[in-house]
Design a protein around this ligand. Sequence first.
Ligand code: NAD
Length: 329
Amino acid sequence: MKKVLVCGAGGFIGGHLVKKLKRQGHWVRGVDLKLHEYSPSMADEFVVGDLTDQALVRKVLDIPFDEVYQLAADMGGAGYLFTGDNDANVMHNSALVNLNIIQQALKVGVKKLFYSSSACIYPAYNQEDPQNPKCSEDSAYPAMPDSEYGWEKLFSERLFQAFNRNYNMDVRIARFHNIFGPEGTYTGGKEKSPAAICRKVAEAQDGDGIEVWGDGQQTRSYLYIDECLEGIERLMESDFVGPVNIGSEEMITLNQLAEMVMKIANKNLYIKNIDVAHTGVRGRNSDNKLIKQKLGWAPSAPLVNGMTKTYQWINAQVHAQMPELVKAD
Ligand code: NAD
């Protein structure tokens, strides 16, 4: 049985990770600004607190944990990260959390430390062609992320790498590409495109139009939470520090994603592409050559499988909130 700390345990990926670690029989402490919104945490201990506060970090990171997963970040979807309105908080809060955690992890002698970086570190200039984005790990420099969120992630990758080089800390760094699934934020402004589209489709009735941001021709790939967790586990078990992409190579346009969800829901809807100022890069897709080479594995499950489970969960949430919609189904 390992002793594990999950930072960001009240969030989407952290919540699922805690469940998996508990199923595997480990002792888990979770910490987050908030409790998980959608399911009670299975952690043995759950501390509600702010990891920008050094005193709190000393309190929760007080023993040489076998593993620490650093998932806490001030983040959200395009509506939160790309407007510019939250840049100062995103950079300040996430950087401080990472600085506090790595320093305290060194002090207490944490055995292995995982850091969740993002595909948002990749340069904007390689993601202008929606059909041919470049996101191989070695293309990160010269750096030009399209958001301050990406710049902070790049800084923190380097922070973790520097502690690995100078203090021999055993770190692992993954660059997640659009992770989605049940029990993730689906409303309120911080939701990402798969959840937002599922919610809109769940709320719509036959004949309605659903809004998709931009011209809908921007491309992305999405990775279901179970394969993300498998990638994390395999990376932790390997001796490869990273950074390495954990993402899907099944690239799809936003409009195609919306069509997929309409089909899953079996609803007759149409797409209304709406002009918004910030839709992010034109194209993005995971490049899985390195993960295959280093871990002998890469995600392979079809997107539609994960989207079906996610739609079913969001649909149930929406209908629980708005029972009058049930009749329309
Ligand atoms: P999430 O927002 O659901 O979870 C992050 C959690 O961190 C939240 O519960 C939040 O309350 C907590 N947090 C933020 N600031 C904190 C603080 N000061 N103290 C304590 N807790 C704090 O996001 P997620 O989707 O679960 O992502 C987890 C990690 O993976 C993040 O670091 C994120 O940047 C990274 N990531 C996620 C994706 C994705 O598609 N979900 C993609 C790339 C990278």
